[in-house]
Design a protein around this ligand. Structure first.
Ligand code: CP
Length: 316
């Protein structure tokens, strides 16, 4: 594996199996990363991604450097040929090359601005780090995708599906107080369709994902209907793509409740976290034994570890 940016960076079914094996034997490769350094750059907040990737690195013997770039670093310029007389103090060309000297692998989290779809969907910062750092780059959630989350999600579905050869998986939009990126939903659709899942997307009209993702699965605008006989409910809020970055209407009635979960085939409830209780999903859903959100978060360690292991093995 060279970089890890989307489902297309890997053989997803093999990677899930490797991650499950690492979960069973987390220290089996404890010297693989000896004398190598992982640099993690965060332009946005994180609990799970930051800590699970650090833990994964430790279990491979990798040294880790973490930086909250938006708070502690210089403002980066991405444009070519710019006269840098405004806010940015450093060009990504230098910053990425310097990181390439300090690190063997670079991870970056960079959320979208949610102002300009074409700008966000170019995912320019990650692209420039790939170009100028000369190092393998891992997406810690880009403007468009969150592949480490999706890998952990697929591990969780694999652990919970039992002998069901084609579980019904529903990606359900849910309300939120703030406009959020589409990255988790985009990524989940790509990964779920690469597995043997019967995937349906449900959301209010106006929340269609970008065509390259929405075209991968049927959309049902009736949440109750979509939930019928579902084996997994994957809940997530995202802002509108068509009215880019906007919240359209409040749709509080799309919150996931136990009554809605009763329509399902005793479905497992999934969410990437963090989650706003009693806005996105009700307390009694999150506190029920149908919820596997903590299992998902645990699997983030082994998802990151599988990706790092593959990159380290490619470097050898
Ligand atoms: N799910 C997830 O990526 O969590 P953090 O934003 O806390 O890293």
């Amino acid at each position: 594996m060279k970089h890890f940016l989307s489902v297309q960076s890997c053989q997803p079914k093999d990677l899930v199996q490797q991650a499950l094996q690492l979960k069973a034997q987390p220290w089996a490769y404890e010297s693989l990363g000896k004398r190598k350094t992982l640099g993690l750059l965060f332009l946005n907040p994180s609990l799970r991604t930051r800590l699970s990737t650090q833990k994964a690195a430790a279990q491979l013997g990798l040294n880790t450097m973490v930086m909250n770039l938006s708070q502690d670093g210089w403002n980066l310029e991405l444009g070519n040929g710019m006269v840098m007389d405004q806010g940015a103090s450093e060009h990504v060309k230098e910053a990425a090359q310097v990181m390439g000297q300090y690190c063997d692998i670079v991870g970056i989290r960079c959320f979208p601005g949610l102002q300009d779809a074409s700008e966000d969907y170019r995912d320019e910062l990650i692209g420039q780090f790939i170009e100028y750092s000369g190092r393998p780059v891992i997406s810690l959630e880009s403007c468009t995708r969150h592949p480490l989350q999706s890998l952990a999600d697929m591990m969780t579905i694999e652990e919970c599906r039992g002998t069901n050869p084609k579980p019904k998986v529903v990606l359900s939009w849910a309300p939120h107080a703030k406009p959020l990126p589409q990255a988790v939903a985009n990524s989940f659709v790509e990964w779920a369709t690469a597995f043997d899942c019967d995937l349906t997307i449900t959301h209010p009209k106006g929340y269609e994902l970008a065509g390259e993702f929405s075209s991968l699965a049927p959309v049902c605008y009736n949440q109750d209907q979509a939930f019928e006989n579902a084996d997994f409910i994957y809940c997530k809020n995202w802002s509108s793509y068509t009215s880019y970055g906007k919240i359209i209407g409040n749709h509080r009635d799309w919150m996931i409740t136990l009554d809605k979960m009763k329509r399902t085939n005793q479905a497992k409830f999934m969410h990437c976290l963090p989650i706003r209780r009693n806005l996105v999903a009700a307390d009694d859903v999150l506190d029920s034994n149908q919820s596997v959100v903590i299992q998902q978060a645990h699997n983030r360690i082994f998802a990151a570890q599988a990706v790092l292991k593959n990159i380290l093995e490619t470097q050898q």
